[in-house]
Design a protein around this ligand. Structure first.
Ligand code: CP
Ligand code: NVA
Length: 308
């Protein structure tokens, strides 16, 4: 039996595979324009497949978008929180993976610890998809890249400015930068930089400073995220450290004239982003949220071996 196609971190993927997934997502989205949300795509690449969705942390977008995705592919979904599973009472990750492998065709996991997803995948005989960990959020970045391309054309050659926390979402942007040929200009406080290994994965595609004005200068896309991610314990220190990192109109005005704004959500108006930017004309946040469905459908289609 061939090894399952896991989707855990973008840096492990082939550039051609990421391109294929994005192209499939563009096509699939266009083909179902105006359709009811639960209507199955014509080729139904998820027919006869079941996706398990396991959540150790809260979620709105990831939960509903994966559920919509598997339905639109013609398959079925099962959602569970880890707390409701024996996993929440200490059953080993490996035992859970072996059991689910007998019952479903793919597993999406949102986990506190990245290592738990790696451990799950190491023994799973079905594809495992990372639905966010403390270390990365690859599905979010696939949706973000889809959104950028819809509005501004190919992401290759673009400059994306990341302003704020060097967190899990920032890490997945770093993982994609060199593979897809975009520049990532990061501005974050010194204490909240991304991991060295993630910066190294981006190589010359990334720059890093503590200067938001410099990072956004001429950028095609400006992105931020919450200053306090799920699991972060140092809220007060973070609020102080990020005080000068809010994306507001003055900052957006330093970006390219046609620059767009992205945020994975949930957002905190008046903290990492001003209300005027988040709800303003340069913001693509609602398309970005919807694109979680379209990007993940193509990730699933790849995991199932229906594309690529
Ligand atoms: N952006 C994102 O992953 O949202 P949820 O936490 O609501 O899934
Ligand atoms: N960085 C955020 C993303 C939420 C989708 C978190 O991990 O909480």
């Amino acid at each position: 039996m061939s090894a399952p196609r896991h989707f855990i971190d973008l840096w492990r993927m082939q550039p051609a595979t990421l391109r294929l997934i994005l192209d499939d997502a563009h096509r699939r989205k266009a083909a179902r324009k105006g359709w009811p949300k639960a209507k199955v795509d014509a080729d139904a690449p998820g027919r006869d497949r079941t996706l398990a969705m396991v959540f150790e942390k809260n979620s709105t977008r990831t939960r509903f978008s994966f559920d919509a995705a598997i339905r639109q592919l013609g398959g079925a979904g099962v959602i569970a929180t880890a707390a409701d599973m024996q996993l929440g009472r200490g059953e080993p990750v490996e035992d859970t993976a072996k059991v689910l492998s007998r019952m479903v065709d793919a597993v999406m996991i949102r986990a506190n610890r990245h290592d738990d997803v790696e451990r799950f995948a190491a023994v799973s005989s079905v594809p495992v998809i990372n639905g966010l960990t403390d270390a990365s959020h690859p599905c979010q970045i696939m949706a973000d890249l889809l959104t950028i391309e819809e509005h501004r054309g190919p992401v290759t050659g673009k400059t994306i400015a990341w302003v704020g926390d060097g967190n899990n979402v920032c890490a997945s942007f770093l993982h994609a930068a060199a593979l897809l040929g975009f520049k990532l200009a990061i501005a974050c406080p010194d204490a909240y930089r991304p991991a060295k290994a993630d910066l190294e994965r981006a190589g010359a595609s990334a720059t890093i400073s503590a200067d938001p004005r410099g990072a956004v200068a001429g950028a095609d896309v400006v992105v931020t995220d919450t200053w306090v991610s799920m699991g972060d314990k140092d809220k007060d220190a973070r609020m102080a450290a990020f005080d000068a990192f809010q994306v507001d109109d003055a900052l957006m005005n330093r970006a390219a004239q046609e620059a767009v704004f992205l945020h994975c959500l949930p957002a905190h108006r008046g903290e990492e982003v001003s209300e005027a930017v988040l709800d303003g004309p340069r913001s693509l946040i609602w398309d970005e949220a919807e694109n979680r469905i379209h990007a993940q459908k193509s990730v699933l289609a790849w995991c199932f071996g229906a594309i690529g």
